[in-house]
Write a protein that binds this ligand. Structure first.
Ligand code: SF4
Ligand code: SF4
Ligand code: SF4
Length: 287
């Protein structure tokens, strides 16, 4: 299990613990460290600020101006940046099965415009973000104009949309704001800021790998290579000698979306910890 399961999941998957979605956690006073980090007394207030800073620009199409008076950011090493993110907002990749369990836990699901894609592409019609308990955050009191852009979904409707995204190869991930509070689920590709910084540019980690990896069954794989275009983590290789695709367990993030492209059911999901080469690789490889 990942570090969050130990710290925030009572030894089970942290994102399946009801307490991490609770109103109590949302309104609880922050620790001194988190208060300083968010400059807010509670998660509820921190989320309202985050909503104003990153979601509202994606709703209105108006980028937030740079604050020239903002204090200079401290120069931190990679380990410190990751530790800070893990206390602030951090994600974990989830396969569709676990996405559906998370949706079953949420008491309300709201689809919102994607802040990253607005930042990276300027588009406001990309609605890949799903918030939980938006009605409890208090954002509508502060940003009443946002209401028309926030789409409330039933659990079945949300699951259907996530299945369609899975077929498209979008990576699902669950996110905290004021860890361990779970604010929502995302569906990302190369236009995600976290993906760009962490995966494309090799910067400090922004999310954990999934609790799983995928494996190809050699007896069933026809070598058609259909799955290869789905993998956004460079984990799949084609062996021309064998005429099969191979998944490198040390590179696989366990998103599971390659399965949707395989018409032969040759790819299966297994627990990360069950594979000796993948066990305990949650962030970058140690090597
Ligand atoms: S994490 Fe993904 S879905 Fe969420 S805002 Fe960024 S790109 Fe959009
Ligand atoms: S899509 Fe399936 S059958 Fe085709 S190469 Fe990938 S694992 Fe093999
Ligand atoms: S090989 Fe691993 S990382 Fe790549 S799509 Fe499949 S599950 Fe995701």
């Amino acid at each position: 299990m990942c570090q969050f399961c130990i710290q925030h999941g009572e030894g089970k998957k942290w994102y399946l613990l009801m307490r991490n979605y609770s109103d109590e956690l949302l309104r609880q006073e922050f620790s001194a460290g988190q208060k300083e980090m968010f400059d807010a007394p509670t998660r509820a207030e921190a989320i309202v600020r985050m909503f104003g800073a990153v979601v509202m620009p994606a709703i209105t199409g108006v980028a937030k101006p740079e604050n020239e008076n903002a204090p200079a950011r401290p120069q931190l090493g990679e380990a410190e940046i990751v530790a800070r993110r893990q206390s602030r907002d951090f994600g974990q990749v989830l396969p569709i099965e676990d996405v559906e369990q998370v949706i079953d836990l949420a008491d309300s699901i709201t689809r919102m415009p994607c802040a990253c894609r607005f930042e990276t592409t300027g588009k406001t019609d990309q609605r890949y973000c799903f918030g939980f308990g938006v009605d409890r955050w208090g954002v509508l009191g502060k940003y009443p104009d946002a209401a028309s852009s926030l789409e409330t979904l039933t659990k079945d409707a949300a699951k259907k949309i996530f299945r369609a995204y899975d077929d498209e190869g979008l990576i699902h991930s669950v996110w905290t704001h004021g860890t361990p509070y779970v604010w929502g689920l995302c569906n990302c590709d190369h236009d995600c800021m976290a993906y760009r910084g962490y995966i494309e540019r090799g910067g400090p980690a922004a999310f954990f790998r999934a609790e799983y990896i995928c494996q190809v069954n050699d007896d069933v794989c026809t070598g058609c290579k259909n799955c290869m275009s789905q993998c956004q983590f460079g984990a799949q290789f084609y062996s021309s000698a064998l005429g099969k695709v191979y998944i490198d367990p040390t590179r696989c993030f366990g998103c599971g979306v390659c399965r949707a492209a395989c018409q032969h059911d040759a790819i299966t999901l297994l627990a990360r910890q069950a594979h000796p080469d993948a066990a305990n690789i949650w962030l970058k490889r140690e090597t």
